[in-house]
Design a protein around this ligand. Structure first.
Ligand SMILES: C[S@@+](CC[C@H](N)C(=O)[O-])C[C@H]1O[C@@H](n2cnc3c(N)ncnc32)[C@H](O)[C@@H]1O
Length: 255
């Protein structure tokens, strides 16, 4: 995965993030009213507004270009709380501070960890960094039969985002290629930038591998990681998790 060019475009791509996701995490951070650890912090899409709201956030990411972009965005942002960005692998994380009030893994990032043992290790690292009454919240995409058995290589539209300059539009698309044996989605995320005449002026794509999980597998991993499920939602509006869901959102405490 080449995050160097992608980091500049990440925030454009995530304008098409699932509705309510940002608010869901910011509300959870507000309710926790304590220190927050975000694993896979990326460009600070959630962490920076949280720190502006007055929270103390530590963000961890494996990819330096993403952290560089977050630092650039931080610039002279009116931070009221604090924000610390650390380059590290969430599966090996061992910070001095082990009493965060909230640990999050937003935006399907646990699925970017592409082997089963490491996914378990990531959840163990969440538990390791939680205060006794802390929460851990993460979300994954729901691997419905329709989704995982869908036509490979079929391009689907994620959204069209107005650019900062007049007439500029970013067309966000994706191509899934599920391998149910591994089980991995070899996904391509594409941003095409068009000018006011509809001419292509920029194109960037990122190949991403997601090791997807079914709900029962998540429950198994939580148990092994020493986490206890409090609630599972199927949408950021708090709807229940069922076979129609597009998201799997987990709220956990230490077992
Ligand atoms: C989908 S982005 C999410 C970024 C941010 N949490 C958000 O919601 O906008 C996933 C991020 O996780 C990072 N990442 C992937 N695997 C990681 C790992 N093992 N440890 C730490 N970060 C990782 C990637 O570099 C990327 O920045």
């Amino acid at each position: 995965m080449d995050y160097v060019r992608w980091a500049e475009r990440y925030d454009i791509f995530y304008e098409a993030a699932p509705e309510g996701e940002l608010e869901f995490y910011l509300n959870a951070i507000d309710r926790s009213a304590g220190s927050v650890l975000e694993l896979g912090v990326g460009t600070g899409r959630i962490a920076i507004p949280a720190a502006i709201m007055g929270h103390d956030v530590v963000g961890v990411d494996l990819n330096r270009p993403m952290l560089d972009r977050a630092r650039q965005k931080l610039g002279d942002a009116p931070i009221v709380g604090s924000i610390e960005l650390i380059e590290a692998d969430m599966c090996k994380l061992d910070l001095v501070k082990k009493d965060f009030d909230l640990v999050t893994i937003p935006a399907h990032t646990l699925a970017l960890v592409t082997d089963a043992e490491s996914q378990l290790e990531a959840l163990k690292r969440c538990a390791l960094h939680m205060a006794p009454d802390a929460m851990c919240i993460f979300n994954l995409f729901y691997p419905s039969d329709d989704l995982i058995n869908g036509e490979p290589d079929e391009k689907f539209l994620l959204g069209v985002i107005e650019g900062d300059e007049p007439g500029i539009r970013h067309v966000l698309t994706g191509i899934n290629d599920f391998d149910t044996a591994t089980p991995t989605n070899h996904c391509t995320q594409i941003i095409e930038t068009l000018d006011s005449r509809g001419q292509l002026v920029d194109r960037e794509e990122l190949r991403v591998e997601f090791r997807y999980l079914h709900h029962e597998q998540v429950l198994y991993l939580l148990d092994k990681a020493g986490l206890r499920l409090i609630e599972a939602f199927g949408d950021f509006d708090g709807s229940q998790l069922d076979s129609e869901s597009e998201e799997m959102i987990y709220v956990c405490r230490l077992a």
